[in-house]
Design a protein around this ligand. Structure first.
Ligand SMILES: Cc1cc2nc3c(=O)[nH]c(=O)nc-3n(C[C@H](O)[C@H](O)[C@H](O)COP(=O)(O)OP(=O)(O)OC[C@H]3O[C@@H](n4cnc5c(N)ncnc54)[C@H](O)[C@@H]3O)c2cc1C
Length: 383
């Protein structure tokens, strides 16, 4: 599908695909088995501008627009969702939060490092007892003179064991979302321990970790935004994060389409290519329609963002549709490939395992529906 991309956007898309086809696609199955993406990839991604895609040039990024961002995330999702997650969390959730709410000093120090790939960021919101209900998180940051002292734990943190910086959300006030503040915490701070969570269904190349904070002391200048502004910062980042997630899912669906189509054309049964059977075409047609529909919802969100209009509900719709469609598409791709779809010589099974988490993180499908339902009815299902 070609929605009148500019020449620059087309060049970026082509260069990104060529790069990922050379540096990621041939290695993704091995990284998946080893449960680790080659860390040497990050500086290479940074050279191409991925680590600072929508970060302004003055802070080391390439200042790309949001459609370019979607193109980048789509190509990453098609190549390897583990790699997309590494980029999206560091540059998107962490980098963009610093860009939006950071002091000039924080931008010069952390944002520049993140945008150039010198440092990797992680986003510490979820805890073992609070996922969808993030506003009830329990990690505390207590003011002590010119410092804050942080105690608590964080669960399922992408890049957790590899990041140099953690954007930590902690309670500085009373219960509920208004009592939460955000902090930029170097991961080598004394009292911060990290444990990698192994054995994930998908996104196996990406480090997901549990973080433990015991008396972690940071200066007051490490606070991002005002006291009590943490939840607003988290939700603003997740709105944009949903765009990345949706675009990554478009990439998964596109990858499934290409995999299923190529296989159906070359594989013969009953003396004919699989592609000649109507029931096989039915599956490929479903994937193809989902690819276009998910891409349109995603680009619509990017366009709203670019024009400075409200994009939150559009992002929820794009994320909801694209993530559910990615699971459907990957499931169908496995079906088209038959037994070969079940082994990792072909990417279909990896697409399925990676797609599965997309309906869970950055707001589950149920949470997206509640956000869309609230916008439609004016009635909130949240307390
Ligand atoms: C691989 C991976 C990477 C992740 N990376 C990060 C990260 O970098 N940073 C971070 O902070 N978090 C991260 N997460 C956490 C993720 O965002 C949470 O898992 C997610 O928000 C869901 O929270 P939960 O797992 O606690 O599920 P719960 O909130 O316990 O939900 C369980 C089920 O109940 C449903 N449910 C909950 N509340 C409602 C409701 N009000 N109405 C209807 N249904 C409801 C949910 O939809 C879901 O089906 C990651 C998770 C995974 C698996």
């Amino acid at each position: 599908m070609d929605l009148s991309l500019t020449d620059e956007q087309k060049v970026f898309q082509r260069v990104a695909r060529e790069f990922l086809d050379e540096h990621v696609v041939p290695f993704r199955a091995a990284w998946d088995r080893a449960e680790q993406v080659d860390t040497a990839l990050v500086p290479k991604l940074a050279e191409l501008g991925f680590m600072g895609l929508t970060i302004p040039e003055e802070y080391g990024g390439i200042g790309g627009d949001y459609v370019t961002y979607c193109l980048g995330m789509e190509e990453l999702g098609r190549a390897d969702s583990s790699v997309r997650g590494i980029v999206s969390v560091s540059m998107g959730l962490v980098g963009k939060s610093i860009l939006g709410y950071g002091s000039e000093e924080q931008k010069q120090h952390w944002l520049r490092r993140i945008a150039t790939g010198e440092s990797l960021g992680c986003f510490g919101l979820t805890e073992s007892d609070t996922g969808s209900d993030a506003g009830s998180l329990a990690t505390r940051a207590v003011r002590d003179g010119d410092d804050y002292v942080i105690d608590g734990e964080k669960m399922f943190i992408t890049n957790g064991t590899r990041a140099d910086l953690c954007l930590v959300f902690a309670r500085t006030g009373g219960p509920g979302p208004r009592g939460i503040s955000a902090f930029l915490v170097p991961t080598d701070a004394p009292g911060l321990q990290r444990r990698e969570i192994k054995g994930k269904l998908g996104l196996r190349g990406q480090a997901t970790a549990e973080l433990f904070f015991e008396g972690v002391r940071v200066p007051a200048s490490a606070r991002l935004g005002d006291e009590g502004q943490g939840f607003t910062i988290a939700m603003a980042s997740l709105d944009k994060g949903r765009l990345s997630c949706a675009a990554g899912c478009v990439g998964i669906i596109q990858g499934c389409l290409e995999t299923a189509r190529e296989y159906a054309v070359q594989r013969h049964q009953f003396g004919r290519p699989l592609a000649s059977f109507q029931l096989v075409q039915d599956m490929i047609a479903d994937i193809s329609v989902d690819a276009d529909a998910a891409r349109m919802l995603t680009w619509r969100t990017a366009d709203l963002l670019e024009r400075g209009e409200d994009f939150g509900v559009a992002a929820s719709k794009a994320k909801l549709f694209a993530s559910e469609a990615a699971v459907r598409a990957a499931n169908l791709a496995v079906q088209v490939l038959g037994g070969y779809g079940y082994v990792d010589d072909y990417p279909a099974q990896k697409y399925l395992r990676d797609a599965r988490v997309m309906t869970l993180y950055e707001g589950t499908s149920q949470i997206q529906k509640l956000l869309i339902g609230r916008a439609e009815t004016g009635v909130s299902a949240f307390l």
